[in-house]
Ligand binder design. Structure first.
Ligand code: FAD
Ligand code: FES
Length: 272
């Protein structure tokens, strides 16, 4: 193991300095951590909630010695985390995994749910460097759309498209629906996505039909975060070590599993 991975893998305890409510089910937690404050968009950390569990989370922002994660309450660990306040202790391992590459031309980012968090981080870094930045964000309902104010500041209204399944904000459709016509209308040098795997799979199919470059961040069950336990396997890859960001060429190699099945905690295959 390299010295930098040994350092990253060492658990550090830290105090939450700020908790922000982003939606009825999502909160952002900001903590000091020297190593994770220097990450690139796409990388993740393992957050230890004392006495409960350790969970993988994408980094949503990092600067000035601080790191931020945006977390949806879905089960035991995330419920306990949502109950924590500024001043309380958590543990951090990481940063782990690779990052999105920085494209300088015309870029399109597609986020679903908390998958929007690492893409907001990426959008902030790309906005000054790219020729044009467009963002499509989708959610079930208006309350679940994340970071609209921040994204409007980066993209301006014209290049931000929002979709909700119930029509309470933006277009009433799935996030993938405006994509076909957008891809036929405009030329993009790179497309980035992060979100539910069924959405990622659909986006992969649409970009493949048009031979467009794609980078997608994937999620799998993770325990070790450093390529040892095998719980995050997809095809020949371990998502924690070889990803979480995968190129179109890599997605082609794992298309029989993408959006179809993953490994459960007991080692059996479970449908996605
Ligand atoms: C690389 C990566 C980045 C992620 N980034 C974010 C993020 O930015 N924000 C966010 O809200 N969530 C993120 N997740 C998902 C997050 O890790 C799970 O929601 C969390 O672990 C759920 O824990 P729980 O105990 O609350 O729920 P549980 O009831 O234990 O599980 C609910 C669901 O969460 C998933 N899950 C549970 N444990 C794990 C685990 N160890 N590894 C991966 N998935 C798990 C499973 O799909 C499970 O069905 C990310 C996952 C990965 C792999
Ligand atoms: S989480 Fe253990 S190998 Fe990826």
């Amino acid at each position: 193991m390299s010295a930098s991975l040994i350092a990253a893998n060492t658990l550090r305890t830290t105090e939450i300095v700020q908790v922000k409510t982003e939606s009825p089910t999502v909160k952002t937690f900001i903590m000091p951590d020297r190593l994770c404050s220097k990450v690139k968009p796409g990388q993740f950390l393992m957050l230890w909630i004392p006495g409960v569990d350790e969970i993988p989370l994408s980094i949503m922002d990092a600067s000035n010695g601080l790191v931020a994660v945006s977390v949806k309450q879905v089960g035991d660990a995330t419920r306990h985390l949502h109950g924590l306040k500024a001043g309380e202790t958590v543990g951090i391992r990481g940063p782990f995994g690779n990052s999105f590459t920085e494209s300088r031309g015309r870029v399109l980012l597609l986020g679903g749910g908390t998958g929007t968090a690492p893409l907001l981080f990426l959008a902030k870094q790309l906005s000054a460097k790219t020729e044009r930045l467009s963002f499509v964000e989708g959610a079930k309902t208006k309350d679940e759309l994340l970071f609209i104010r921040e994204l409007n500041g980066i993209c301006n209204e014209k290049s931000l498209i929002t979709t909700t399944e119930d029509g309470t904000y933006g277009l009433q459709c799935l996030v993938t629906e405006p994509l076909s016509s957008l891809l036929d209308r405009e030329k993009f040098d790179m497309i980035y996505t992060c979100g539910p795997e069924v959405m990622v799979k659909k986006i992969f199919e649409l970009t493949e039909q048009r031979k467009l470059p794609l980078e997608a961040s994937l999620e799998r069950l993770m325990r070790c975060g450093i390529g040892l336990c095998g719980s995050c396997v997809i095809g020949k890859y371990r998502v924690c070590r070889d990803g979480p960001v995968f190129t179109a060429a890599q997605l082609r190699e794992v298309k029989d599993e993408l959006g179809i099945s993953k490994m459960g905690f007991d080692g059996s295959r479970i449908p996605i």
